[in-house]
Each structure stands twice: as C-alpha cells, then as structure tokens.
Design a protein around this ligand. Sequence first.
Ligand SMILES: [Zn+2]
Length: 237
Amino acid sequence: MRGLGCLVLLLAVLAAGYFFGRDYVERHPQDFPWTKLRLEDPVGRFTASKIASLGEEPQLCRALLATTAVGDEPVPPRRSPPNCGYEDGVRLAGRSTGYSPAGLVTSCPVAAALHLFEVRVVQPAAQRHFGKEVSQVHHAGSYNCRRIYGRDEGRFSEHSTADAVDITGFTLESGERVSVLGDWEGGAREAAFLRQVRDGACGLFSTVLSPDYNAAHRDHLHLDVANRGTNGWTMCR
Ligand SMILES: [Zn+2]
C-alpha cells in the first residue's frame, strides 16, 4: 500500500512538472529553439537564430512579414551566380520608421529583423535617451556582390545575398542626427543610445559588428542574418 502511495505521488509530481513546463514554454516561446517565430513575441534567446533560419523558408518569412510590415513589397529575384544574388528580396516601404536613402531592398529575413529592430530596439532606446522617436534610420545599403572587406579572395560577404545591412545613423523626430562615426565616442547620451542599439541588435541578428570590433566598422553597424543553425552561435562585437 505504501508503494502505491509513493507511485501516485510520483505521478502527480511528474504531471505537475509537465503542465508547469508546458505552460512556461507557451508563455516564453522566444527562449526555446523548437517553437515557431512570431514577430509579436518578445526578443529571446533563440530569436536571432530563428530569424536567420527564415532564409531557408522564404514563404514563411513573407507570411510573417505580411503580418506586420504591411507596406513592404516583394521584388523580383536577382541572380548573379555563383556567389551573389537573392530570391527573396523585399523593398522596405510604408514603415512608420523611414529608411534613408529610401527604397532599401534586403533579403526577407533582414527585413523581418529590421522590423523588430525598429520597434523593440531603436524606438525604446530613443525614448530612453532622448525622450523622442527616431524618424529615419540611415543605412549604407544591403546587397553588394563582394567578398568580406572587399578583398580579392576569401569568403563572400553576407551582403552578396542581401542578408546584411549597414546602419550608419539615425535622425530623431526633432531633426537631430546621431551618427555612428560622429557619436560612438561622442556625447554621453548619443554614445549610450548607440551602444544600447548595438546591444539590442544582437538579440535579432546573428552577426553585429560595431566600431568596438575594428576600424573598418568605425562608421557603421554591420548587421547580418548568417544562418548558423537553430542553435547557432551569434557574434556581437
Ligand atoms: Zn556590412
């Protein structure tokens, strides 16, 4: 009889653990590798690797984007074999945060990551440090058929498939400009804002390179969605 009591107790504990665990996963899907990415969820431990894996699932990526960045427009594939081009290009348009120059085309995963970058990272950081919104994100482009650092040999850059974007600065709604080149080491507020933006980007992009990394990045934040697998490592410098 005692043995039976212990067994019942054990089963009760296991059942409670199972239901508590399942409930926890349902409330924190962003922290588990096997759950589906939803752009409305908070940024979590696996958000960046899930965004990067969208490169393998263009239809899923477009469907996700359609739920939020409704103005974005798919663009025709750009094919430049063997190392360059993209199939899943998106022109960023009609977003509440503008991009300058306008007409930025990125791969779909970058477009999805930039949506979260705007609403979860850039705007909260601007509110915190300036009490204002960012009206424009300044960039130095996405697609560029080249090798890393523009060298003649070696690996091709994530830019060669539009899976990267270089961010050079921001304009606040007041018209004030904050630039990576001029403000990374500049006024305390601007520098703190830029670092918060860099750190926040690390939850969304699998690679984030800032002026802290090297002199080649003194004037921009390089953000890319290199796919290193669901449990892939991220680089945040
Ligand atoms: Zn770059």
